[in-house]
Design a binder for this molecule. Structure first.
Ligand code: DGL
Length: 270
């Protein structure tokens, strides 16, 4: 029975869809439920306490849907709330930060890793700490890119405005001699071609969310809860914001999946 239960994914908005895209590719038999708190996005500039409160509201919603595993497909929420959620839940809980650090440590040759993320993620120091706990000599240069999330949420990630903002925001990082750059926000892979273009082909980009699926897959096997035969996987999408805008982005990003999201309300919008 447990094998057929869905895996739950949460994010502040559409960013976690970059993680879902990888699940659909690597674990297509899994039933999934996605919740994006689009009405209260971005989480990046909010206080840790507020992010923890909002994240728990999303978790409580998904627990009622009987999920067998929870993926916090949001770096900001992972940095703020992963440990407390892990402690309290009886199902496996996976965050997106550690898998990204493992991939970056493996990829770097010159020991200079960049991390871009939201204000909250960068201020938490989670990436720097996790990388240097593994290899203290690695130099980690972090940069908050607060404008990126709204470019994605407003469906402007293919535009020249996006190119201009990304290029201006990453200007200082280009002089840091990085050979590896972690996309430490699940919204950023939608801007990946632009980021790669700005940073140059010699910089390896690490998609933290995509790296997380290796961990999800490993845990499904470890707990013997993988869904092995399920050619008609059920995928349900919920948003606290506009279903129209959510569907537009989701259908562009997850094509040929036909996303028809439902709106939900979580404990009093702010
Ligand atoms: N997608 C999120 C992350 O990975 C959060 C973006 C935001 O709400 O600021 O950090």
């Amino acid at each position: 029975m447990k094998n057929q239960q869905p895996i739950g994914f949460i994010d502040s908005g559409v960013g976690g869809l970059t993680v879902v895209k990888e699940v659909m590719k690597q674990l297509p038999n899994e039933n999934i439920i996605y919740l994006g708190d689009t009405a209260r996005c971005p989480y990046g500039p909010r206080s840790t306490e507020e992010v923890i409160t909002f994240t728990w509201q999303m978790v409580d919603f998904l627990l009622k849907k009987d999920i067998k595993m929870l993926v916090i497909a949001c770096n900001t929420a992972t940095a703020a709330a992963l440990e407390s959620i892990k402690e309290k839940l009886l199902i496996p809980v996976v965050g997106v930060i550690l898998p990204g650090t493992r991939a970056a440590v493996k990829a770097t040759k010159n020991g200079r890793i960049g991390v871009i993320g939201t204000k909250g993620t960068v201020a938490s120091g989670s990436y720097k700490r996790a990388i240097q706990e593994k290899v203290p000599e690695i130099k980690v240069i972090s940069l908050a890119c607060p404008k990126f999330v709204s470019i994605v949420e407003s469906n402007q990630y293919h535009t020249s405005v996006a190119k201009k903002i990304v290029s201006e925001s990453l200007f200082s990082l280009r002089r840091q001699h990085l050979d590896t750059l972690i996309l430490g926000c699940t919204h950023y892979p939608l801007l990946r071609p632009i980021i790669q273009n700005v940073m140059g082909e010699t910089v390896t980009l690490i998609d933290s969310g995509a790296e997380t699926i290796g961990e999800v897959s490993m845990l499904l096997d470890y707990f013997s809860i993988a869904n092995k035969k399920n050619p008609q996987a059920r995928r349900a999408f919920y948003t606290t914001g506009s279903t129209l805008l959510f569907n537009e982005i989701a259908n562009d990003w997850l094509a040929p999946e036909n996303v028809d999201s439902k709106q939900v309300i979580l404990g009093g919008e702010k």
